[in-house]
Ligand binder design. Structure first.
Ligand code: THU
Length: 136
């Protein structure tokens, strides 16, 4: 899989980051199975817990446009080596993405990136199946 275009778009999305508190800008680009790309940036808030990460911005934009099946996401951050998604973003990705085939690309730039599966990033997840009546 060629991630070049996705990385270019994630880097560009970082420019829209609203990060006056951390000064740490993050960009993401999410590829749907239908071939569309949705970008996202982090959007901070003076009430810090209201902050939205770049990855979730991209997922929420895509889902709100009718997309629910995803192929890959690129994440890129300011001055950070292979920025990995936070725990909340991993859980949000897990709602829609396959653990074995969905690729999370941690990109420093177009030539320098690491590819991980969602399953590697979120072992032992809380899944939809866990909501079914069980043995307890
Ligand atoms: N952030 C993201 O956007 N994605 C991540 O994967 C890690 C953290 C943002 C949230 C906050 O605006 C800033 O980075 C510092 O935590």
């Amino acid at each position: 899989m060629e991630y070049r275009e996705l990385i270019i778009q994630a880097v560009a999305a970082k420019e829209s980051a609203y990060a006056p508190y951390s000064k740490f800008r993050v960009g993401a680009a999410l590829l749907t199975k239908s071939g569309r790309i949705f970008t996202g940036c982090n959007i901070e808030n003076v009430s810090f817990s209201a902050t939205n990460c770049a990855e979730r911005t991209a997922v929420f934009k895509a889902v709100s446009e009718g997309e629910r099946e995803f192929e890959a996401i690129v994440i890129t951050g300011d001055n950070y080596d292979y920025l990995a998604p936070c725990g909340i973003c991993r859980q949000v990705l897990a709602e829609f993405c396959d653990f074995d085939t969905f690729s999370v690309i941690l990109a420093n730039d177009q030539e320098d990136y690491r590819v991980m599966t969602l399953g590697e990033l979120l072992p032992g997840p809380f899944r939809k199946e866990n909501l079914k009546p069980g043995r307890f």
